[in-house]
Design a protein around this ligand. Structure first.
Ligand code: BES
Ligand code: ZN
Ligand code: ZN
Length: 505
C-alpha cells in the first residue's frame, strides 16, 4: 500500500522524483510556483503557455529539472508537475479526488515511485485526508494473477505531503492515520470483489470474517443446518441449487467501555448482499450478463471492509454486520420459478424469477437484523440492473423510510467521494409485489421501476426500523477505470458507512 509521510522541510529540498504543485484556475500563480519557475529559468511557465494549461480539474503540465539546475540551485526533485484544481470557487471534494487520482495515474505511467505534494495549494487540514485517500485509491492494483510482475506492478510507493510548518504537520497526522484506515478497508473490499468466485465462496467469506474477530469485534458463522433451524427459507432456497454451503455471517463490534458510559450509544445494523456468484439460477443469465457476476457479493465485501478497521477507528456506535453468503446456481436441486419460500419472520415469497434472488436472501437477513432493535438499519446490495438503468454506473440508489438517516448517509457519501442519489419508495407500486399464491412475489409483471419495487419488497422485512438501502449494482464495479477507481471492484460503500459511523462519535 502507498506509504504517506508528512514533512515540513522546504518544498525545494524534497528528495523525490516528482513534486506536485496544485493550482487553481484563473488565480494568480502562488508565490512558490513563481519561485520555482525562476529557479528553472522560466521553463515551467513557458511550458504552461505552450501547452495551454488552464488549471482545469486534473489537467497537468510537467517540467524536468536538469542535473545542472538540481546541482546549482540545490533542488531535490527531478521534475515538477502543476496540477489543475479548477476555479477556486467551484472547487469541491469530488474535484479534489479526481485531480489527485489523475496525477497518481500519470506518475504510475511514468514509473515514478516517490512523489511530493505541496498540500498548502489545496486548502486546509480537512482536505489533506481526502488527498491521501484519492492518491491511494488511484494507486490500487490487483495483480496477484499477473505472472509478469514487473509489467504488472507500476505502483507509486511513497508520497510526501509537504506542510507549511511543524505545527501543521502535527495537526495533520490524525487525518492521515484515519485516511490510511479508510484506504485499507476499501482495499480489502476491492480485493474480495476482484477475486474469482471459485475462490471467494460463502465459506471463504466466512473465514475472512472470522479473521477479523479480535479486540472488540466478535464473529459468529452458521452453516446450512443452523440456517434451516432459524427458518431462513429465503437463503436456503437461493442456495439450494449450489454445491457450496450457505453461510450466515454475523459480526459484532462493541465499543470500548469508556464510550458506553453516559450518553446512549447508537446501535447500527449493516447488511450486505453476499451472493458470491449470481448465475441467475434456473432463470439463467446470458453469458455476457454473467461475466461480472462474481461482484454480487460487493455489499458483503463492504461490510467486511468496514469491520476490518473498527477496532482501530473506534466509532462510538455498536455495529452489527450481517451477511447471508451463498451462490445462485442452476441445477436439478435449484429453486424453480413458481416455488414459494417461507422467510425468517414467516412471510412467504413466490419466486417467479430465480435471478431476483438478492431481495429473497435479504428478506431473511433484514428481518433477523431487526431483532437487535437497531437505531439504524442499513443495507448495501448489488440488487438491480434497473438501478443502473436509472442512475448509470457511478451513482448508487438511496432508498429508505427515514429522512434523517438518509440525509446522514448522503452527507457521509459526499465526504467519501462516493455518489448516491435518492429514489422514492412509491406507495402506489406496493401492490405490484403482491402475489396471488403467496404474500409477495419476487418480481413484478412489468419491467419498470425495478430498483423501487425491489426495495419495496425489502421494506416488508424491516419492521419499524429506521432504514436506508443502497443499491450499489452500478458503482460496485468499475468497467473502464476512473481517476480513483481502477477497473474492477470499487469498494463502494465502505467509506460512506465508516464516515457515518464516525459521525456518531
Ligand atoms: N445481481 C443482479 C443485479 C445486478 C445486475 C448487479 C448487474 C450488478 C450488475 C440481481 O440479482 C439480478 O439479477 N437482478 C435482476 C432482477 C430481475 C430478474 C427482476 C435484474 O436486475 O435484471
Ligand atoms: Zn440475480
Ligand atoms: Zn444478484
Amino acid at each position: 500500500m502507498l506509504n504517506f509521510s508528512l514533512s515540513s522541510e522546504p518544498v525545494e529540498k524534497q528528495q523525490v522524483e516528482a513534486l506536485v504543485l496544485p493550482v487553481f484556475k484563473a488565480e494568480p500563480w502562488p508565490v512558490l510556483v513563481e519561485e520555482i519557475n525562476k529557479e528553472l529559468g522560466g521553463r515551467l511557465l513557458a511550458k504552461v503557455a505552450k501547452e495551454r494549461f488552464e488549471g482545469k480539474t486534473g489537467q497537468m503540465v510537467e517540467t524536468e529539472v536538469s542535473m545542472a539546475h538540481k546541482r546549482d540551485r540545490g533542488l531535490g526533485f527531478e521534475k515538477v508537475v502543476l496540477l489543475g484544481l479548477d476555479k477556486k470557487e467551484e472547487f469541491d471534494d469530488y474535484k479534489l479526488r479526481k485531480a489527485f487520482g489523475r496525477v497518481v495515474l500519470a506518475m504510475k505511467k511514468r514509473r515514478v515511485e516517490k512523489a511530493a505534494i505541496w498540500v498548502k495549494g489545496v486548502g486546509g487540514l480537512a482536505k489533506i485526508g481526502a488527498v491521501a485517500e484519492a492518491a491511494a485509491l488511484a494507486d490500487y492494483q490487483f495483480t496477484i494473477y499477473k505472472t509478469d510482475k514487473d509489467e504488472a506492478k507500476k505502483e507509486l510507493k511513497e508520497i510526501v505531503l509537504v506542510m507549511e510548518s511543524l505545527r501543521q504537520k502535527v495537526a495533520a497526522s490524525p487525518a492521515i492515520d484515519r485516511a490510511e484506515l479508510m484506504i485499507r478497508a476499501t482495499y480489502l473490499a476491492r480485493d474480495l470483489v476482484n477475486e474469482p468466485a471459485s475462490k471467494v465462496t460463502p465459506s471463504y467469506l466466512a473465514r475472512e470474517a472470522q479473521r477479523l474477530a479480535h479486540g472488540n469485534v466478535s464473529v459468529k458463522v452458521r452453516g446450512r443446518l443452523e440456517i434451516k433451524k432459524l427458518g431462513m427459507g429465503g437463503v436456503l432456497g437461493v442456495a439450494q441449487g449450489s454445491d457450496e454451503e450457505p453461510k450466515l455471517i454475523e459480526l459484532h463490534y462493541r465499543p470500548a467501555v469508556k464510550w458506553s458510559k453516559g450518553a446512549k450509544v447508537k446501535k447500527v445494523v449493516i447488511c450486505g448482499k453476499g451472493i458470491t456468484f449470481d448465475a441467475g439460477g434456473l432463470s439463467i443469465k446470458s453469458g455476457e450478463a454473467m461475466q461480472t457476476m462474481k461482484i454480487d457479493m460487493a455489499g458483503a465485501a463492504a461490510v467486511l471492509g468496514v469491520f476490518s478497521v473498527l477496532n482501530e477507528l473506534q466509532p462510538k456506535a455498536e455495529v452489527i454486520g450481517l451477511i447471508a453468503a451463498c451462490e445462485n446456481m442452476p441445477s436439478g436441486r435449484a429453486l424453480k420459478p413458481g416455488d414459494i419460500v417461507k422467510t425468517y419472520p414467516g412471510k412467504t415469497i413466490e419466486i417467479l424469477n430465480t435471478d431476483a434472488e438478492g431481495r429473497v436472501t435479504l428478506a431473511d437477513v433484514l428481518a433477523y437484523g431487526v431483532e437487535n432493535k437497531p437505531d439504524y438499519l442499513i443495507d448495501l446490495a448489488t440488487l438491480t440492473g434497473a438501478c443502473m438503468v436509472a442512475l448509470g454506473q457511478q451513482v448508487a440508489g438511496l432508498l429508505g423510510n427515514d429522512d434523517g438517516l438518509m440525509a446522514k448517509v448522503k452527507q457521509a457519501a459526499v465526504l467519501a467521494g462516493e455518489k448516491v442519489w435518492p429514489l422514492p419508495l412509491e406507495e402506489e407500486y406496493q401492490e405490484l409485489i403482491k402475489s396471488s399464491m403467496a404474500d409477495y412475489k419476487n418480481i413484478t409483471d412489468n419491467k419498470y421501476g425495478g430498483a423501487i419495487t425491489a426495495a419495496l419488497l425489502l421494506r416488508e422485512f424491516i419492521g419499524k426500523s429506521k432504514w436506508a438501502h443502497l443499491d450499489i449494482a452500478g458503482p460496485a464495479f468499475e468497467e473502464k477505470g476512473t481517476a480513483t477507481v481502477p477497473k474492477g471492484g470499487s469498494g463502494f460503500g465502505v467509506r460512506t458507512v465508516l464516515n457515518l459511523l464516525i459521525g456518531f462519535s
